[in-house]
Ligand binder design. Structure first.
Ligand code: TEU
Ligand code: CA
Length: 587
């Protein structure tokens, strides 16, 4: 295992700073809280931390709208608090990567304030500015004719993926700026070398301090189609969301999916990203200690030759299903690993089942009957797959989505925008609109970590209002303290399973080979190194299974998990409980 890099052997854990631990009792997570919980994380067995944005921000997109890349949001602490956290993490053998948001800044960032002030200021070309349509918009198909005669309209019909048109007009310049996300998140003009220099400076600010790398936010959106080709979908964003929500037949659902793709396909993946990623890679490679880049994208192309762009991209396709099944996982692995292996320097995988943008893994893949067993099965899958695993804070105690029914309490502005559109534009009943907005809101998977069976789940003191409501199921055992004291808890299962991965080199760096590929009830695969061969069998069914693996080996095997009975295991008769897990070493 010695020649592997730290990020190849690490198990990562995403901290969502606002919701993780509140150290000063104001209802908002902070660095003091995070630092106090490092021993908890160490005990869990994670050794890589990814911190969602901790920078100053007006919080239109919960920190993904950054107004200063070289500082710490005051509600999270000071730069000194950040350094203390970083050093305390390093002292425990943990690495820390930060979120690097390249595509856009906040509209309150000094760069944007200057850029929007006139057409000829020094930063005039730092963002994507375009003139209004010169021709009469009625006769110009580009904006769908949606602008009254005589008024000049936006450059085209592109939509923001969060809040309506992607173009916002600024009277000082008589021009529109482009934003893929909210209008408070103007896109930077990455074709301008000054923008690159400024952002690499910000990256160096943190690398100099000793951070171990970055998770690159929304990199696919950095370059859009330079020709501004309009989309062809006969709907606005709000209408399309609504259309998707009410789609019931397979045809409607398919059409909705096609519309989503067509609406945005010209707004991402534009030319230039490979060069940019190589440039950023050079910046990181100037530093000692194998600094790392992981892209929030599933496109393996952004790994370049496997050693000259991103170190990893996420295997998001694994998550794009309503149910994880053996067939689904096998097909995913065949495709992903083939692509990774085809890179000249061979690519390293990266798997996850959840993050702050999607429904929590237990809610998404549970069936409300076997949730606890499924949570364990899915973690076992993640810990035995080829590729670095990323966990999302709270999944280790089985936190679930908390849908917030009151739109006033929503903090995710893409959901409040949708709520307003449903009521005002689409004339949907307020009660139904509230339900839809609550369901699509990312708030549901961002609620505060539940530490104890105490008011506010022990996240903040009694009487303090946490920034998002705490899931009341903290009182029903979904909290860290209760689970620490219960050897059979999900939390203790996580600890055991993380340790199994750490202690078994074939699980970290071995080759993957599917076996019994026709099996519908179970997933079986081998992870092999010259010196170690491991067989993993995961029962995805509610049935007891008795399986024969003598086609692989006639000799007995040694059980790694469950370890209750470490005696020799006969491959002729493997008993698996419903949703049972077997990890064994072939001898
Ligand atoms: O997400 C990028 C992204 O693709 C989102 O549109 C994602 O699909 C959406 O959140 C799903 O509902 C990143 C961050 O992870 C996200 O939190 C930010 O809001 C976004 O970039 C803008 O910075
Ligand atoms: Ca706080």
């Amino acid at each position: 295992m010695s020649q592997q890099k730290w990020w190849q052997t690490a198990i990562f854990y995403q901290i969502y700073p606002r919701s993780f631990a509140d150290g000063n009792g104001d209802g908002i997570g902070d660095f003091k809280g995070m630092t106090e919980k490092l021993d908890y994380l160490k005990g869990l067995g994670v050794d890589g931390l990814w911190l969602s944005p901790h920078f100053p921000s007006p919080n239109w997109d919960c920190g993904y709208d950054i107004s200063d890349y070289e500082n710490v949001a005051p509600e999270y602490g000071t730069l000194e608090d950040f350094k203390a956290f970083l050093h305390a993490a390093h002292a425990r053998g943990m690495r820390l990567i930060l979120d690097l948001v390249l595509n856009h800044t906040s509209d309150e960032h000094a760069w944007f304030l200057e850029s929007k002030s006139s057409r000829d200021n020094p930063k005039a070309d730092w963002y994507v500015w375009k003139d209004p349509l010169p021709a009469s918009p009625i006769s110009n198909p580009r904006n769908g004719g949606g602008v009254p005669k005589g008024r000049r309209g936006p450059p085209n019909n592109w939509q923001s993926c969060f809040d309506g048109p992607a173009w916002t007009y600024v009277p000082e310049r008589g021009q529109y700026y482009y934003h893929y996300f909210m209008k408070q998140q103007p896109d930077l003009n990455w074709r301008n070398p000054e923008v690159k220099a400024a952002m690499w400076r910000a990256a160096r600010f943190w690398l100099d301090m000793g951070v171990d790398g970055f998770r690159l936010d929304a990199l696919g959106t950095i370059y859009e189609d330079p020709d501004l080709t309009p989309h062809t979908v006969p709907m606005t964003l709000a209408e399309l969301r609504h259309f998707s929500d009410v789609a019931t037949t397979p045809e409607e659902k398919k059409l909705a999916e096609k519309y989503w793709f067509d609406m945005y396909k010209n707004q991402w993946g534009g030319p230039g990203l490979h060069d940019l990623m190589q440039e950023l890679r050079h910046v990181l490679d100037e530093y000692p200690g194998d600094r790392m880049l992981v892209g929030e994208d599933d496109n393996i192309d952004y790994m370049g030759n496997g050693d000259d762009e991103l170190h990893m991209v996420f295997n998001f396709p694994l998550m794009r299903t309503e149910r994880l099944t053996p067939d689904w996982v096998r097909a995913n692995q065949t495709e992903r690993l083939r692509r990774l292996d085809a890179l000249p320097a061979r690519g390293w995988g990266c798997n996850t089942l959840g993050n702050h943008d999607c429904s929590r893994v237990l809610t998404r893949y549970g069936d409300r009957v076997h949730d606890d067993q499924l949570a364990r099965l899915h973690l076992a899958l993640l810990m035995t797959m080829r590729g670095t695993p990323f966990l999302y804070n709270g999944e280790e105690i089985g936190m679930t989505d908390l849908v917030i029914p009151d739109p006033v309490k929503l903090r995710d502005t893409m959901a409040t925008w949708y709520y307003d559109s449903l009521i005002n534009k689409l004339k949907v009943e307020p009660a139904l609109a509230a339900q839809r907005a609550g369901a699509m809101s990312r708030d549901k998977d961002r609620t505060p970590l539940q530490w104890r069976d105490a008011p506010n789940g022990g996240f903040c003191p009694e009487g303090v209002t946490p920034w998002l409501p705490v899931n009341p199921d903290y009182a029903a055992g979904v909290n860290v303290e209760a689970q620490e004291n219960d050897p059979d808890s999900l939390l203790n299962f996580y600890r055991r399973m993380l340790k199994v991965r750490k202690d078994t080199s074939a699980l970290v760096e071995g080759e993957y080979q599917a076996v019994h590929e026709k099996a519908e009830d179970y997933l079986a695969f081998r992870r092999s190194l010259p010196e170690q061969q491991v067989l993993v069998v995961l029962n995805f069914s509610g049935k007891k299974l008795v399986l024969d693996f003598t086609d692989l080996r006639s000799k007995p095997a040694r059980t790694i998990y469950p370890s209750g009975n470490p005696a020799e295991l006969s491959l002729a008769k493997i008993n698996l409980e419903p949703f049972g897990i077997l990890i064994s070493e072939l001898l």
